[in-house]
Each structure stands twice: as C-alpha cells, then as structure tokens.
Design a protein around this ligand. Structure first.
Ligand SMILES: [Cu+2]
Length: 138
C-alpha cells in the first residue's frame, strides 16, 4: 500500500498512541471544566440560599418546597440514579438533571401561588408519579 511506504509502521503506532492520549486529555479537560463551571456559578452567587432537591425513580425529595416571592434562591437538582428532568412552567424552570452534575438554577418567583412541576424525561414505569410543587408565599 502506498500509505505504508510514506508512514513506516513505527511512526503509525506512535501517532496512534499520541492520538489516544490526546483523546484522554481532552476528555479530562471537558470533565473538569464542566465541574468548574458549576463551581464558578457557586462563587459568583454564593450568598444565595440553596435548596437541594434529589430526583430518583420515582420521586423528588423533597416533593414540595416553599419560596418567598421576590427572593432569589438557588435550586440544586441532583439525581440519585438515572437522568431525569424537571419542569415548573409557572416559574420558568425546565432543565435536565444530569448524573454526576450539580444542576443549578437561580429562581426569583414574582408572584405567590402553588406552581406544579414534574419530571419531563421518561424515566420508567412510575415516571408519571414524579411530581414537584413550589409554593410561593409573601
Ligand atoms: Cu424522572
């Protein structure tokens, strides 16, 4: 083959190894920058109160939270098993809950009321039971 003549086998082996190492390094960089982005957001708005909500088949824990109108809060969603999603349309929340990530959103509810939410990613036979309610009080 022509390519064999141009690139001796030792060179091809070395470049294959280099490519393999480069892929691993890119993977590590992507993984760590993903985490540091979440941490950077934590630094810039660290004064906000934080509520951690766990998602797992087939519930949010806690399944209800209470916020104060006009006050910003950081909601951190963590999945204990597979990828879920959470949507609370009345509060502009609609986000995936990825594994191994701290999935965050800062919410400042404008109006009082009870806002219904749910898991919007099919996660199994009990998916329809994954309800979440945000009570907003004055
Ligand atoms: Cu789910």
């Amino acid at each position: 083959m022509k390519s064999n003549a141009i690139f001796p086998s030792a060179y091809r082996k070395r470049s294959a190894r280099f490519f393999h190492h480069a892929l691993i390094i890119v993977g590590i960089i992507l993984f760590t920058t993903g985490n540091s982005t979440a941490m950077d957001q934590g630094r810039t708005e660290s004064a906000l109160p934080v509520i951690v909500i766990h998602a797992k088949r087939f519930a949010f824990i806690p399944s209800q939270i209470t916020l104060e109108a006009g006050k910003a809060v950081r909601l951190v969603f963590v999945t204990d098993d597979i990828t879920h999603s959470v949507a609370v349309p009345g509060l502009g929340i609609d986000m995936p809950i990825w594994r191994f990530r701290s999935n965050q959103i800062v919410v400042t509810p404008a109006a009082t009321g009870d806002f219904a939410g749910e898991c919007t990613r099919y996660c199994g036979i009990g998916h329809d039971r994954m309800k979440f309610v945000v009570h907003v009080v004055r």
